[in-house]
Write a protein that binds this ligand. Structure first.
Ligand code: COA
Length: 319
């Protein structure tokens, strides 16, 4: 599998830390020093589908691939606009990618890494040649905008890559899950409420998080996952040119960089402008740095995601 095109899309509306401090008891200083985030994009006119479709069109354009050539569309999201049809099928319809098999996967902030792994497994069967892999979220729909401990962290957006089986640049890939610790970051879906069973509540719930528990999980697990993917690739951390990690918190990135003994200069970030966009954050950041010409052919790139589930994933690519 090789990534041959990238694309992204962010909502027009930007919400600054100052704007949030008018909604809840917080401050720009608290948010910046605890997380590194200054502002985030929030969908007002856009939907998960419109953002994903725009990211997909940009990725297809940069790959020089027509929608009709796609054999597969895998979309990672926890905030599709509808439960059915799935985001991937809505994007398929918008693109006119009639030949593609399309489905969604849910692995929260690791979603893009899991979707990339799924696409790779499909390509390895030999039946599929070209795939579109998406991460797209409008987390603003599932955030409690009166809860200062979560509403300052997240944003909306979509990222996409086009991959082909005609070349191979994947050197190592690992994924993992720890369902037993899952309640540290949770959001209840609608409850069973029918003539046979009355729900305790029919109100939709919002994201709840044990911030310190998730923080500890991330700084312990992500360096380990990256080391495992590097071992599979047969290379060491010093040989990596760029680390593109899920953009949850600058302090988490700094802790990972310290544990791997790698300089922060190797870690790209966009969380200052975007916050945490769950499954979309890795492909959006990847697209931004590729378009800025910051990754050269032959560079070794590590991608890594982590979050709800709990889940984590890392891969090593030769660009
Ligand atoms: N503004 C001001 N104060 C806030 C606040 C906000 N937005 N959010 C929480 N606080 C308060 C808390 O109420 C608490 O006050 P108290 O001591 O009076 O009870 C205090 O700040 C410290 O809270 P705490 O949760 O201990 O802060 P922290 O230093 O652990 O930082 C996070 C909080 C959320 C930034 C941090 O735990 C974190 O980054 N966790 C990982 C979250 C994450 O990335 N999740 C997604 C992974 S995919």
């Amino acid at each position: 599998m090789k990534i041959i095109g990238t694309g992204s899309s962010l909502p027009k509306k930007i919400v600054t830390n100052e704007a949030l401090s008018e909604l809840v008891d917080t401050s720009d200083e608290w948010i910046r020093t605890r997380t590194g985030i200054r502002e985030r994009h929030i969908a007002t006119e856009e939907t998960t589908t419109s953002l994903a479709a725009e990211a997909a069109e940009n990725a297809l354009k940069s790959a020089g691939v027509a929608p009709e050539e796609l054999d597969l569309i895998v979309a990672a999201t926890v905030t599709s606009d509808r439960i059915i049809p799935m985001l991937s099928c809505e994007v398929q319809a918008r693109l006119g990618a009639k030949k593609a098999v399309a489905f969604d996967i849910g692995a929260a902030c690791s979603g893009f890494l899991f979707a990339l792994g799924t696409a790779n497994a499909y390509l390895n069967t030999g039946k599929y040649q070209k795939a579109l892999v998406l991460g797209a979220e409008t987390l603003s729909k599932i955030i409690d905008w009166t809860d200062r401990s979560t509403c300052v962290l997240f944003g909306d957006g979509a990222g996409a890559v086009v991959v082909t089986s005609e070349e191979d640049s994947l050197l190592g890939m690992v994924q993992g899950s720890d369902g037993a610790s899952g309640m540290a970051l949770n959001c209840v879906n609608r409850m069973t409420d029918n003539p046979f069973h009355k729900a305790e509540s029919t109100t939709f719930s919002y994201v709840h998080m044990d911030g310190p528990a998730v923080y500890k999980f991330a700084v312990r697990t992500v360096p380990k996952a990256i080391q495992e993917a590097l071992a599979e690739a047969g290379i060491v951390a010093d040989e990596v040119d760029h680390y593109i990690l899920h953009q949850a918190n600058l302090r988490i990135l700094e802790a990972v960089s310290a544990r791997l003994k790698q300089p922060m200069e190797k870690f790209f970030t966009n969380l200052e402008r975007c916050g945490n966009i769950s499954a979309a954050s890795v492909p959006i950041l990847l697209d931004e740095v590729v378009r800025a010409g910051k990754i050269q052919k032959g560079d070794i790139v590590v991608l890594a995601g982590f979050g709800a589930g709990l889940t984590w994933g890392a891969c090593v690519l030769r660009w």
